[in-house]
Design a protein around this ligand. Structure first.
Ligand SMILES: Nc1ncnc2c1ncn2[C@@H]1O[C@H](COP(=O)(O)OP(=O)(O)OP(=O)(O)O)[C@@H](O)[C@H]1O
Ligand SMILES: [Mg+2]
Length: 335
């Protein structure tokens, strides 16, 4: 388990201080795929880099299986880091070394016997499906293949945790999906905890089980991906979930009351809207609707225009809430 306690990070430039992370508290369970989401400059990479002490926190603790790694000395930390692999947006491969040599690198510096290295690297290249490229150089590979090499290299020391900083941001959507599938199978089969920093909603939606939203160096929201996107409370997640359902700032002309209804799971199957119209003296016009699958759960959003007597509209609105739908009134027709 990873536990971050009261962590803060202040960068110093000469006389100036910049507080990039402010009192972060976070627990990530073993086997999770945990997303850290936020806009550019929010502090995502700083937080991720504090987890393996590439960045030293100004204060606070980073507990990994109850060991506070901020208290380790140099040698202990070097040993401990073997438990944590990392992959980056720009792959960070050694350009003058072959695919085989890149993956072998962390094993060579751990003084592992040559024949064991060969066995291990061949096995890792099989996992990332690059056996046929083992003698190629990074410049001869596509972006997706380079990231597969980086993943194999990250796996070389049998880590318990893999940190990914915008690992798919340089890749096209199809290649992104294949890398996300690879990370998912690594999590599933090798039981490795994966922490993913991203500003891409699709990565959170397709890969992560839980997510923390960072705004201005603080945790603005935390929960399961389905929870956060079915009932977003932070500015960032509201913006991101609008991107799933609607283009933002859509102006809707209406003559009644505009409601945005969000439903999850089985609720999507129930005829709640038609029952509402039958039970109350209101008309419901569907303005827009969308349904998506997030972590194998249906997540839908519907914008309806309710017209009729004000009291009946209120009753209809309460009826929706009684059926545990999230109902939001859209003021001035702007959503
Ligand atoms: N080494 C550094 N020295 C000074 N300031 C830094 C340093 N690294 C990051 N910062 C500042 O800390 C803030 C958070 O940066 P960070 O890289 O963690 O953001 P991020 O959420 O990863 O952004 P992006 O999505 O653009 O990668 C930014 O304002 C950045 O300018
Ligand atoms: Mg970053």
């Amino acid at each position: 388990m990873i536990k971050i306690v009261n962590l803060s990070k202040t960068y110093k430039h000469g006389n100036q201080n910049f507080e990039a992370l402010k009192n972060i508290n976070l627990t990530i369970d073993d086997g999770d795929i945990f997303g850290i989401m936020g806009l550019s400059g929010a502090g995502k990479s700083s937080l991720l880099r504090c987890i393996n002490l590439l960045e030293i926190p100004t204060s606070g603790e980073v507990l990994i299986d109850d060991t506070d790694i901020t208290k380790l000395n140099g040698k202990q930390l070097r040993n401990f880091r073997k438990n944590i692999g990392m992959i980056f947006q720009q792959f960070n491969l050694l350009m003058n070394q072959t695919v085989f040599e890149n993956v072998a690198f962390p094993l060579k510096i751990s003084n592992i016997h040559k024949s064991d290295i060969e066995k291990k690297v061949n096995h890792l290249l099989q996992i990332v499906e690059l056996e046929d490229k083992k003698n190629s150089y990074p410049s001869q590979l596509s972006g997706g293949q380079k990231q597969r090499v980086a993943i194999a290299r990250a796996l070389a020391t049998n880590p318990k945790i893999i940190l990914c900083d915008e690992a798919t941001s340089a890749l096209d959507p199809q290649t992104t999906q294949s890398i996300l599938n690879l990370l998912k199978s690594i999590n599933d089969e090798l039981k490795i905890t994966i922490i993913v920093v991203t500003h891409e909603m699709s990565v959170i939606k397709n890969l992560c089980k839980n997510v923390a939203v960072i705004e201005d160096g603080q945790i603005a929201e935390i929960g399961s991906v389905v929870e956060v996107f079915s009932n977003p409370t932070s500015k960032t997640s509201k913006k991101f979930s609008e991107d799933i359902f609607l283009s933002s700032s859509t102006k809707i002309v209406s003559y009644g009351k505009l409601l945005k209804i969000t439903f999850i799971g089985d609720d999507a199957q129930k005829p709640i809207i038609s029952n509402m119209v039958k039970n109350f003296n209101v008309d419901a016009n569907i303005i827009s609707g969308n349904i998506d699958i997030v972590q194998n759960t249906q997540l839908g959003s519907l914008i309806i225009n309710l017209s009729g007597d004000e009291k009946e509209i209120k009753k209809a609105e309460n009826y929706l809430k009684e059926h545990k739908l999230t109902v939001e009134v859209i003021e001035n027709g702007i959503c």
